[in-house]
Structure formats: structure tokens, C-alpha cells
Design a protein around this ligand. Structure first.
Ligand code: GLU
Ligand code: ZN
Length: 484
């Protein structure tokens, strides 16, 4: 009988989660949901200097915001907890001791300087640098001597001769020759576990069946498999591995802070919707089987299989993400759009949150919904509705002061004076006939100065609708105060 699928997302949050983390989390989530299995969320925080409580809290919050809910892990608990590695240290110590006792591991007394000197010698002799097995078979006398010198040992795993072969669900059979996998450290001299030990022990104890994770971890796999073996896990009970292709930046090197925005917090601040981020990241290395670019979370769950994950690297494309985000924004109901827009307006102090302000925003949203690609754009788009007095940047002020602009403004005022039914159609009619027909101007020259006078900016929602929203009195007053 096939085992129930148990995937896990196991970040070490040493900062905000980044694009690669979330793509991994999304695929783990989608695979668990597709198969009706479970997603475990485990925090790999054995390095408590770099993984802080704050980063952990933010990681939890980010996953929730994205809608990637987990079945076991922080906050929800579960049968195999605790799910923070820093709370499982005894477990790792116990296993390391067991490995020592069984001869799978041994104490290594080499100092950092000694290791470095030997590595240097290997390099000069053109050998692959790596631990040379010096402490594999120390005599009691040697051990005593080292202890006498006050040396504290690390615990090293003994890698047998031969090779490790496993079937990666994305890249097929992978072989690691052990001559390139030297005996590795499980426990530091201070008794703290290393990643390889903790990750492997936890995957076994938490009964993980499928490890979907970044390709950068591929080379640690033979070490993890060695730990499974030392734990006495049978081959057929090993978790399966699926190493996801790298996400590349525009310069075709791995996406990083250097060549792109990586922090999900940044995307959130900019106003990328969670469903757009998930939609876009889903397509980074996976394909629904056709060329559609707009998929819902439900479709992702329905269609997600590991076979459809590509083994070659995926290129991060901000333009495509933005296009998808624009689509998702347009797909929102006005109520939903409002709910998501308000935090941006509140944060920037555009509104204080009073009911009357919210009503104005609600009325304005339909005219900008087609026009924005990031939620944050609601701020510059709608600010003009809430300021007492328009403040102009230098460029706009200079533009307004030009005599052509002044002529436009004066003509616009006269044309609008008789308009009593302050609807965008009437406003448009009056302005077109006075400025385009009357002054013979091109629309850009005709409406540009009016837009600046009324909104303070040359980016704004459509002009006539903006003036309708602003109301007759305020629109006229702004035009008049633009007269020099
Ligand atoms: N904690 C590791 C990391 O953030 C990932 C562990 C894994 O997925 O095996 O790089
Ligand atoms: Zn040694």
C-alpha cells in the first residue's frame, strides 16, 4: 500500500523568507494537497545566532499570508513535535551517541588548524580536499593523549567506501561516489548538531515521505541517506527526494539580493497579492501542462504533479509577475479590492480610516482597478482625493507656470463654470469642446495641465472621473489656485 504523503517545508529563517523558500514551500504544499497528504512545517533553527525569534515569527506570518496552511508545525502542533529544531537538541545528541556506540560515527580530535593544513596539502597534491579519516581508528592511547591536551572532539560520521545512488523524482538517478563525500561532522565540539544530522533525524522521526527542496541541497543528500542507514531505516522507508531547479535572476545566475528582489516581504509591501505570488511562483519550474499563465490555487492543487516539474533552471521575470498581479487585481470584487487597498492607504497616511474616507476610496477604486499592477499604486493614485491643498513637485510646478498651461487652465475654468451636472461625461464634453475644438490642442497638451492642477500629478486615474470624484467645488478651487 502506498504510504500517505508527508511533505515538509523546513526553512532556516536567517532573514525574511525569499522567493526560493516560498517556491519550495508552495510545491511542498501543492504536492501534499494534491495527494491528500500532510504538510509539515519545521523550523531549522539550530543556529540560534542567525535564526531569531523575530524571523521565525515573520516566516510563520508570511506562510499564513500566502495561504500555505500546514498540518503540523508551529502554532498547530502535531504528533511528531516539537517542530522547532532548537527544542529537539536532546534527540540529536541521543542519536549521535547511538551512532558512536554502533561504530557508525567516531570522535575526531583534529583542530581547525590541523584540518586546514592537511586540506592545503591535499590541494597542492591535486587531491580533492576533505577530511582524510585520520581519527577513524584511534587507539586508546591516542585518545587519552588528545584528551590530556584538553581537546574536545567533534563527532564524525563514517562514510563507507562505495557510492550512494538514489532516484531523484525530478532528475532521475543520481550517483555520489563516496570518495567525494568525506566523513562529515554530525556534532560540533560544543555539542550542537549540524544541519545534516538534524535534518535527517527529523525527516525520519516525522515520517516524511517526500522531500521537495532546492537543488542547492542535492549534494547533502548522500550524507542524509547515510544518517538514515545508521538510524536503521530500511531502504524502502527512505523519504523520496525531488530537488527543484534553481530560480535564476535576469543575468542567469542564481537569484539573490544581488540581481533581484528576493525577500517576500518586499513583494508584499509593493502590493503583490498572495494569489499572484503563488500563481507566478507555481510557474517557476512547474507547468500546468498547457501555456496558461493564470491559475488559481485550486487548479494548482488539482494539477500539481512532480512529473511536471522541470529539471532545468527557471528564470525569474518581474514583468510576468507584474502582469499576473495586474490580472489578479482586476479579478477582485470591489469589496475585496477595498479590503486589500486600505492597509496601503492607512500606512502611508493617505486616510485615517474614517467611514467617510472609506466611502470615497470605494467609489474611486473602480476607475483605478484596470490601471494598477501593484497595490501600492493606490497611494499615488488616490492621494489627491484626500489632501486639502495640492503640493506640486518642481517639474509639475514649472509645467503649470508655462504660459500655454495657464491659457489651458483659464479656458478650462470658463468652460466648466456653466457645468452644473458634475458628471464625468459632462466634464469631458465641456473640456473637449473648449480645449481641443476651441484651442485646437492635442489631448495631451489640453488635459495635461488640467490633470496637474487638479491632482498634483501626471499619474492619476482618468481625469474626468477624477474630477467627478473630487467634486465640483474642489475641482474648481484647484483650477483657480493654479492660475498664476
Ligand atoms: N533548512 C534548510 C535551508 O533552509 C533546508 C532543509 C531542507 O529542505 O532539507 O536551507
Ligand atoms: Zn580527526
Amino acid at each position: 500500500m502506498a504510504r500517505e504523503v508527508r511533505t515538509r517545508f523546513a526553512p532556516s529563517p536567517t532573514g525574511d523568507l525569499h522567493v526560493g523558500n516560498i517556491r519550495t514551500a508552495l510545491f511542498d504544499w501543492a504536492y501534499a494537497r494534491h495527494t491528500g497528504g500532510k504538510l509539515i512545517f519545521r523550523i531549522e533553527d539550530t543556529d540560534r545566532e542567525r535564526v531569531t525569534d523575530e524571523y521565525i515569527a515573520r516566516a510563520i506570518e508570511t506562510l499564513k499570508w500566502l495561504g500555505l496552511e500546514w498540518d503540523e508545525g508551529p502554532e498547530v502542533g502535531g504528533e511528531f513535535g516539537p517542530y522547532l529544531q532548537s527544542q529537539r537538541l536532546d534527540i540529536y545528541t541521543e542519536w549521535a551517541d547511538t551512532f558512536l556506540k554502533n561504530g557508525d560515527a567516531y570522535n575526531c580530535y583534529c583542530s581547525t588548524e590541523e584540518l586546514e593544513a592537511r586540506r592545503e596539502a591535499q590541494r597542492s597534491a591535486n587531491q580533492a580536499p576533505g577530511y582524510d579519516g585520520k581519527c577513524r581508528n584511534l587507539s586508546d592511547g591516542e585518545i587519552e593523549k588528545y584528551r590530556g591536551e584538553g581537546r574536545k572532539p567533534v563527532i564524525r560520521m563514517r562514510m563507507p567506501d562505495g557510492e550512494t545512488r538514489f532516484n531523484d523524482l525530478i532528475r532521475g538517478e543520481v550517483v555520489f561516489e563516496h570518495k567525494y563525500v568525506p566523513d562529515f561532522v554530525l556534532m560540533r565540539a560544543d555539542g550542537s548538531p549540524l544541519y545534516t544530522l538534524a535534518v535527517a533525524v527529523d525527516d525520519v522521526l516525522m515520517k516524511v515521505t517526500h522531500i521537495l527542496r532546492g537543488e542547492d541541497l542535492l549534494s547533502s543528500t548522500p550524507r542524509q541517506i547515510r544518517v538514515y542507514q545508521a538510524m536503521g531505516v530500511k531502504d524502502e522507508d527512505f523519504p523520496e527526494f525531488a530537488h527543484l531547479p534553481f530560480v535564476m535572476g535576469t543575468d542567469n545566475t542564481k537569484l539573490s539580493k544581488r540581481n533581484g528582489e528576493v525577500s517576500i516581504a518586499w513583494y508584499r509591501e509593493e502590493g503583490f497579492l498572495p494569489e499572484a505570488i503563488c500563481n507566478y511562483l507555481a510557474l517557476l519550474g512547474w507547468s500546468p501542462g498547457d501555456d496558461r499563465e493564470n491559475i488559481t490555487m485550486k487548479e494548482l492543487v488539482d494539477l500539481f504533479t512532480i512529473e511536471r516539474v522541470n529539471s532545468s533552471p527557471a528564470r525569474f521575470d518581474m514583468k510576468k509577475l507584474e502582469a499576473i498581479n495586474g490580472d489578479k487585481i482586476r479579478a477582485l470584487s470591489i469589496e475585496e479590492f477595498l479590503k486589500r487597498a486600505l492597509p496601503y492607504l492607512l500606512k502611508e497616511g493617505v486616510i485615517k480610516g474614517e467611514a467617510s474616507e472609506v466611502k470615497v476610496v470605494r467609489d474611486a477604486l473602480p476607475i483605478i482597478q484596470e490601471r494598477i499592477a501593484r497595490m501600492k499604486e493606490v497611494v499615488p493614485m488616490l492621494r489627491f482625493l484626500f489632501v486639502e491643498e495640492i503640493s506640486f513637485d518642481q517639474e509639475s510646478a514649472a509645467k503649470l507656470a508655462e504660459s500655454d498651461s495657464q491659457k489651458v487652465i483659464n479656458t478650462a475654468i470658463s468652460a466648466l463654470e456653466p457645468v452644473s451636472n458634475w458628471q464625468h461625461e459632462a466634464i469631458e464634453g465641456a473640456l473637449r469642446s473648449a480645449l481641443i475644438d476651441g484651442l485646437g490642442l492635442k489631448p495631451r497638451n489640453a488635459f495635461g495641465p488640467v490633470r496637474i492642477a487638479v491632482t498634483g500629478s501626471h499619474i492619476s486615474p482618468p481625469l474626468f472621473e477624477s474630477m467627478e470624484l473630487l467634486g465640483r467645488d474642489r475641482s474648481m478651487a484647484r483650477l483657480k489656485s493654479a492660475v498664476r
